[in-house]
Design a protein around this ligand. Structure first.
Ligand code: FAD
Length: 117
């Protein structure tokens, strides 16, 4: 049981990291197609998340709080909010979403500058 809980927590940390970094890299001004892609991705992430109990719980959260995909800042704020919903249900502290923009950085910025040069 302890092993399962450890694996579930490790998976959760890795998944949240990917989730929030995806939002942090989403365009400020997405096209209709990009917004649709993010919305589909979030719904599929929730459906296929490889912890059944977590997946059904997260799908309930998405029903109540549909993905916000109109811009990077709205997607990042929404993702922070729904992660807090999971934190609350687990009795964990609520994360301050005010500085979410600085928190998740994949280190891709330099690469982007190079490719634009
Ligand atoms: P995590 O919650 O994994 O967070 C990792 C780090 O992200 C934190 O250390 C902090 O730096 C940062 N962070 C914290 N809150 C936020 C926020 N709101 N926004 C941005 N960054 C933040 N576990 C269960 O037991 N039951 C479940 O039903 C369940 N459902 C889950 C659903 C999903 C979609 C995911 C991805 C995970 C789920 N988990 C669930 C796992 C759980 O959320 C945690 O990942 C796990 O318990 C490890 O917690 P942690 O305290 O290490 O921090």
């Amino acid at each position: 049981k302890l092993g399962n809980e450890t694996a579930k927590a490790e998976l959760g940390r890795a998944a949240w990291k990917l989730f929030h970094t995806t939002m942090a890299r989403f365009p400020d001004k997405p096209s209709v197609d990009e917004s649709k892609a993010l919305k589909d991705y979030i719904h599929l992430f929730a459906r296929l998340y490889p912890c059944g109990e977590c997946a059904s719980h997260f799908q309930q959260i998405l029903k109540k709080y549909p993905p916000q995909v109109s811009s990077r800042s709205s997607a990042a704020a929404w993702a922070c909010f729904v992660h807090n919903e999971v934190n609350i249900s687990k009795g964990k502290p609520v994360f301050d979403c005010a500085n979410i923009g600085d928190w998740y950085d994949c280190g891709c910025a330099e690469e982007e500058k190079e490719s634009m040069a």
